[in-house]
Write a protein that binds this ligand. Structure first.
Ligand code: DX5
Ligand code: ZN
Length: 218
């Protein structure tokens, strides 16, 4: 049976002066999630959105808010993003010594926990916590900006994580982020991705609905 693949356009590539309209274009294109890239200028060399953005956009859409926190001390933001209505709270394993405890705190706050790994981080860093996660986000670029080219060897992490999930009976979704295009989507899906995050490939597309179909492998 064919796997369901989800498309999650990233607001980092949207027009920040018109985010409500941009979200409506995501819904009109029948994408599945809203990917919200949160950056603090320390963990990632850029600044973007905060919990107030998520809170102000919450009434605009019923689509899941897939928040990707590229921040130091992610535990400091759990309550504010939960109060704002975030659905997924994905933090970086590189930014947290006590990732197991943070995952419990995210669940206690009513959100779905995710963990992201940057290109330089081996997959086995997740061995002890993979079973606690609803989402694992494999970053295919170095964090901070949209429009970068994918670091192709990182795709092998999807193969490893798919095998781990099958072997252990874990339930996490596998998401990929960074450099995803309608051209490389088939290979990314074939490697095991369940969710494809796309910033520039969505917002620069003339035919957004067509782009979503290709990102979902349809
Ligand atoms: C990079 C972000 C990605 C980025 C994706 O730090 O985490 O989500 O916005 O943008 P594209 O799809 O243009 O590479
Ligand atoms: Zn992201």
């Amino acid at each position: 049976m064919a796997r369901t693949v989800l498309a999650a356009p990233s607001l980092l590539s949207a027009n920040f002066g018109n985010l409500a309209e941009e979200i409506r274009s995501i819904e009109a294109a029948r994408a599945d999630w809203i990917h919200v890239d949160v950056m603090d200028g320390h963990f990632a060399p850029n600044l973007s959105f905060g919990p107030k953005t998520v809170g102000d956009l919450r009434p605009v859409t019923g689509l899941p808010m897939d928040c990707h926190l590229m921040v130091e001390n992610p535990q400091d933001f759990i309550k504010s993003f939960a109060d704002a209505g975030a659905d997924y709270f994905t933090f970086h394993v590189e930014a947290a010594v006590h990732s197991h405890r943070i995952i419990q705190s995210i669940k206690d706050a009513g959100m779905k926990p995710g963990i992201c790994i940057v290109p330089g981080t081996p997959v086995h860093f997740l061995d002890e916590i993979a079973g606690e996660l609803d989402l694992i986000l494999v970053l295919l670029v170095n964090p901070g900006f949209g429009g970068q080219r994918m670091i192709v060897p990182c795709l092998e992490k999807l193969v490893t994580l798919s095998a781990l999930r099958k072997e252990k009976g874990y339930h996490y979704l596998l998401s990929v982020d960074g450099g995803i295009t309608t051209e490389n989507a088939p290979e990314v899906i074939e490697k095991g991705a369940d969710v494809l995050v796309a910033g520039s490939a969505f917002f620069q597309a003339a035919d957004k609905a067509g782009a979503v179909k290709k990102l979902k492998g349809l």
